[in-house]
Design a protein around this ligand. Structure first.
Ligand code: SAH
Length: 258
């Protein structure tokens, strides 16, 4: 039995060495990675595979991200392709990253947490407000193929739209506009995720939520801190849950007029 095990490891080493175009040392690293359930280290052409797996282990699993599908998706989506090239090496660290125009991509934990809270089921219609880099929309699209996203900054809307198409996320629809008003043509939605700080709940977003639908948003001050808030529309009214303190970049546009 031990011999058989050894044989499997040796033939595994050969396979891995042929897949990894580098060196015998890298092959050995792949074996170690394999036994640590980090096979992505060996994935050729993805220099950040191991950084991404470490992010899943140390920033998500180590905290309260328990949904296996969320962990799998966070381990799959190549976050380094959503940040400016100069920040690629920072893509899997535990903090937000600038994406241009003074905006940021949220830290991986917050993306995973918001995705876990919304608990998207296949076929559900999801609207994101604040496309930014397109990363959160890409993550959501692994749960359902019906994702819409609105971005108020034209440059970001255009670059995210291009990036998503180039990376094969063709089904995600991105619009340049004020997310305050939602996207009534495609509503009502099963879930709406707002990824910019709001000082009140935009009434059009509540209107575009199905009964049973969930709206998740950072609610509070647009300039300081907010509380991540989940609102569930029920036949009897809206159920509100205040979840945790967060700090998002401000939502702008109509929301600031009130
Ligand atoms: N979800 C993004 C990061 C969001 S940063 C990602 O995965 O990269 C917040 C984004 O919300 C910014 O890009 C900002 O321009 C956008 N935003 C701010 N106010 C908005 C509004 N009223 N409608 C749509 N987008 C808005």
């Amino acid at each position: 039995m031990f011999g058989n095990f050894l044989e499997q490891r040796i033939s595994g080493l050969e396979n891995r060495m042929t897949k990894c175009p580098f060196s015998a040392i890298f092959g050995l690293l792949c074996i170690i990675a394999g036994s640590l359930s980090l096979p992505a280290l060996c994935e050729s052409g993805d220099p950040y595979a191991s950084a991404r797996q470490r992010m899943v282990l140390h920033q998500l699993k180590a905290r309260d991200i328990t949904d296996p599908k969320v962990l799998e998706v966070m381990g799959t989506v190549k976050r380094h392709l959503f940040v400016p090239p100069g920040h690629a090496s920072q893509a899997y660290v535990d903090h937000p990253i600038p994406i241009g125009e003074g905006q940021t991509i949220s830290q991986p934990y917050i993306v995973a947490l918001m995705t876990q809270i919304l608990d998207i089921q296949p076929g559900e219609k999801v609207l994101e407000i604040g496309t930014g880099s397109g990363y959160q929309a890409a993550v959501l699209s692994h749960f359902t193929d019906r994702v819409w996203s609105i971005e108020i900054r034209k440059g970001l809307a255009e670059s995210a739209s291009k990036r998503l198409k180039a990376l094969g996320y063709e089904k995600i629809r991105v619009k340049h506009g004020d997310g305050y008003f939602g996207w009534p043509e495609y509503g009502p939605f099963d879930a709406i995720m707002v990824t910019a700080a709001a000082n009140h709940v935009p009434p059009p977003l509540l209107e575009q939520l199905k009964v049973g639908g969930r709206l998740l948003l950072p609610l509070g001050s647009t300039t300081y801190y907010q509380t991540l808030t989940k609102i569930t529309k029920t036949p009897k009214g809206n159920e509100v849950q205040h979840l945790l303190g967060v700090a998002f970049v401000p939502m702008v546009g109509k929301i600031l007029e009130k």
